[in-house]
Write a protein that binds this ligand. Structure first.
Ligand code: HEC
Length: 179
C-alpha cells in the first residue's frame, strides 16, 4: 500500500475511535453535568477559549458608535440594574447569593470594558453565551438598549459605589442590590 493510503486509513481509524469514545461518554453518563462540581481544567480552558474566539470573530462586523452620550449611560445603568445586577453585581453591590450555584459563575464586569472592545461587548450581550447561563439579550432588547448597556459597562469602573447604590435605591423599593 502507498504512504498516503496508510495515512488516510490512520486518520479514518483515529476519527472512528474518537467518535466511538464520544458516543460511549454520551450514552453511559460518564461526563459529569452537575453544576455543583467544577469543570476539569481541560474543559474549563477549552470552553472559555472557544467563547473568547467566538466573540472576537462574531464581533468583527459590528460597527460601534464613536462616542456615547451621558443619557445613554444613564439609560444603560437602569437596564443593567434591572437585568444584569443580580448575576454580575455592580459598584459596591454583590451578586445575588444563589449565583454561587452557577457553573461557570457570572464574572464581575468592572474590567469587562478593558478586556473587550465596544463591538465585542455589544455582540456578547446581544447573543449571550451557550451553556453558561448568560442570556441572549437581543431576543428581548433592541440594539439601542444594548448600546446603552455598553455605554454603562464602559462608565461603570469610574462610578463611585455610593452613586450607584443611590441610583439603584431609587429604582427598587426594597433598597439597592439583589438578594
Ligand atoms: C442569569 C445570570 C446572568 C444574567 C442575568 C446576565 N449574565 Fe452576563 N454572564 C453570565 C455568565 C454565567 C457569564 C459567563 C460566560 C462565560 O463564562 O463564558 C456572563 C458573561 C457576560 C459577559 C462577558 C464577560 C467576560 O469577561 O467574559 C458580559 C459582558 C455580560 N455577561 C454582560 C451582561 C449584561 C450586560 C447583562 C444584562 C443585560 C447580563 N450579562 C446578564 C450570566 C448572566
Amino acid at each position: 500500500m502507498r504512504g498516503w493510503a496508510w495515512l488516510l486509513g490512520g486518520v479514518i481509524l483515529t476519527l472512528a475511535a474518537f467518535g466511538a469514545t464520544g458516543l460511549v461518554v454520551i450514552e453511559t453518563g460518564a461526563f459529569d453535568t452537575r453544576a455543583s462540581t467544577p469543570h476539569n481544567i481541560v474543559t474549563a480552558w477549552a470552553t472559555h477559549t472557544t467563547m473568547i474566539h467566538s466573540v472576537r470573530q462574531g464581533a468583527e462586523d459590528v460597527r460601534p458608535p464613536a462616542a456615547f452620550t451621558p443619557a445613554q449611560t444613564v439609560a444603560g445603568m437602569h437596564l443593567y440594574e434591572q437585568r444584569c445586577l443580580v448575576c454580575h453585581g455592580g459598584p459596591g453591590v454583590a451578586r445575588a447569593t444563589w449565583v454561587q450555584g452557577m457553573n461557570p459563575p457570572p464574572p464581575f464586569l468592572l474590567d469587562a470594558s478593558r478586556q473587550w472592545t465596544r463591538g465585542q461587548l455589544f455582540w456578547v450581550v446581544k447573543n449571550g453565551v451557550k451553556m453558561t447561563g448568560m442570556p441572549a439579550w437581543g431576543i428581548t432588547m433592541s440594539d439601542d438598549d444594548i448600546w446603552d448597556l455598553v455605554a454603562f459597562l464602559e462608565a461603570m469602573p469610574q462610578m463611585k459605589p455610593a452613586d450607584f447604590q443611590k441610583a439603584a435605591a431609587v429604582r427598587s423599593p426594597s433598597g439597592p442590590g439583589p438578594r
